[in-house]
Design a protein around this ligand. Structure first.
Ligand code: AMP
Ligand code: MG
Length: 435
């Protein structure tokens, strides 16, 4: 039996990031960028207005106030998407919309709230000779650069705006669009073959006869695989014979990784580890390293857990009990799949929480205890749930975290601080606005 930490090290030593693929940025959400992205242009490309208002010369607005407005002649209307045809001269303004390029001659924009349109009354006759016939009263002195977004203030031509290894979120998707990249190189998604083993299993559509149970693990595992951003491939059920197991495991070789559940314990029909061993000498699998690495980890639930390499592909033989399988996936398969996907932040961050109930424990195995994590007045509390048996799926449904008690820890007392891993995002959400 090896420790959880040692098992993780053995597994991750075997795992390499997959190759890359070029995909449309609309499909790239949650993927890991495989290239540095350099800006081919400044953004914004030119100085532009941050407000709807009037582009002016600041010198014309000196000492302007509500009581003593300055009257300017409006020589042009400039919507976003167009450039001004005219240059602003002393005593002139251009009506400008947010986003429109700053006209030549202007050095500030006065926002529309600080102005009033006039029909031109009060303007000297020579000012109205251009035929425009309208003016604007300016109620506030403008300073150079007021309400102007400078060219390149977001990023400049040649800047690396996104780095290889970044997770693509909506902001990165927008940035890719902003630099004119419709397609991008990302790491491939791992394809993961899922195999359930056991003579007792029937498919979900069947009504189980006495002694039979529905294969739920294939579905739990598929959902966990999807949650990691990977692609599950269902291999169905293998019966408890070496022949069937071998055959079905071969089916999985076109995937990047194989995950099975059941058949790794010490029962008479637990053949997964034997098969993993035997495949090591199978002449069809010439790949270096084929064979089993370990099959027991000091954890609860999830002790029987085989890991090996088949034809160059990592294979996880998870235990059959539904919670053991889920917990083992979380600890070992998740970081492996994230590493294959090109991520470097592959481990869950532990949070500190106060235990609201004691947990009984002997030393010798790391424990993962289903619990509800809540936050009250800035403090996290973890409440262990009833029904910690490795087959009790309903207590996992009620939980949102696993309390982690280390291998050498004894009973954890009520009120003590423990580490927890969340299993979903529920702690980040609530049923009312959080301001
Ligand atoms: P095993 O590890 O093969 O001895 O399986 C342990 C127990 O886990 C079995 O007795 C079943 O109750 C349960 N089990 C195994 N495989 C599955 C599965 N695919 N779906 C649901 N429960 C399972
Ligand atoms: Mg079994």
């Amino acid at each position: 039996m090896i420790s959880v930490e040692a098992a993780l090290e053995i597994i991750l030593n075997e795992i390499k990031p997959l190759g890359m693929e070029r995909i449309n940025i609309l499909s790239a959400l949650g993927r890991i960028l495989c290239e540095d992205i350099t800006a081919p242009i400044d953004n914004p490309p030119w100085d532009n207005s941050a407000m709807d208002g009037y582009a002016v010369k600041t010198a014309d607005t000196k000492r302007a106030s509500k009581e003593k407005p300055v009257l300017l002649k409006v020589i042009e209307d400039l919507p976003a998407g167009y450039t001004a045809k005219k240059t602003i001269k002393t005593g002139e303004a251009i009506r400008i919309m947010t986003g429109a390029p700053i006209p030549k001659g202007a050095d500030a924009v006065v926002m529309v709230e600080d102005t009033e349109k006039t029909g031109g009354r009060g303007l000297p006759p020579q000012a109205l000779s251009g035929g425009q016939g309208s003016g604007v009263r300016i109620f506030r002195e403008a300073k150079t650069g007021d309400n102007i977004r400078k060219a390149g203030e977001d990023f400049k031509k040649g800047d690396i705006v996104l780095k290889k290894g970044m997770n693509i979120r909506p902001a990165e998707t927008g940035m890719l669009a902003a630099v004119g990249k419709p397609n991008v190189y990302v790491y491939q998604k791992p394809k993961v073959a899922v195999l359930s083993t056991g003579d007792e299993l029937v498919e979900i559509e069947e009504i189980p006869k006495t002694g039979k149970i529905i294969n739920s693990n294939s579905y739990t595992l598929a959902a966990q695989i999807k949650e990691c951003g990977a692609i599950p491939i269902q291999l169905g059920i293998a019966r408890d014979t070496k022949k069937d197991l071998k055959e079905k495991l071969y089916y999985g070789l076109s995937a990047d990784c194989i995950v099975s559940s059941g058949g790794v314990s010490v029962g008479d029909f637990d053949f997964v580890k034997d098969v993993l061993k035997e495949l090591g000498s199978d002449p069809r699998l010439k790949h270096a390293g084929t064979g089993m690495r370990f099959w027991k980890v000091a954890m609860k639930p999830g002790k029987p857990l085989a890991f090996g390499i088949i034809g160059g592909k990592p294979a996880f033989g998870l235990p059959g009990n539904p919670i053991s399988s889920m917990v083992a996936f979380e600890q070992f398969v998740r970081p492996a799949l994230l590493k294959m996907s090109g991520r470097t932040d592959i481990f869950k961050r532990p949070l500190n929480a106060l235990l609201t109930k004691s947990i009984k424990k002997k030393t010798g195995r790391m424990h993962f205890v289903r619990a509800v994590l809540e936050e009250k007045d800035g403090q996290l509390y973890a409440t262990p749930q009833e029904g910690q048996g490795s087959g009790i799926l309903s207590s996992m449904v009620k939980s949102n975290c696993l309390v982690i008690l280390s291998e050498d820890a004894k009973d954890a007392e009520k009120g003590s601080t423990v580490k927890v891993h969340t299993v979903d995002q529920s702690i980040l959400y609530q049923n009312k606005p959080g301001y």
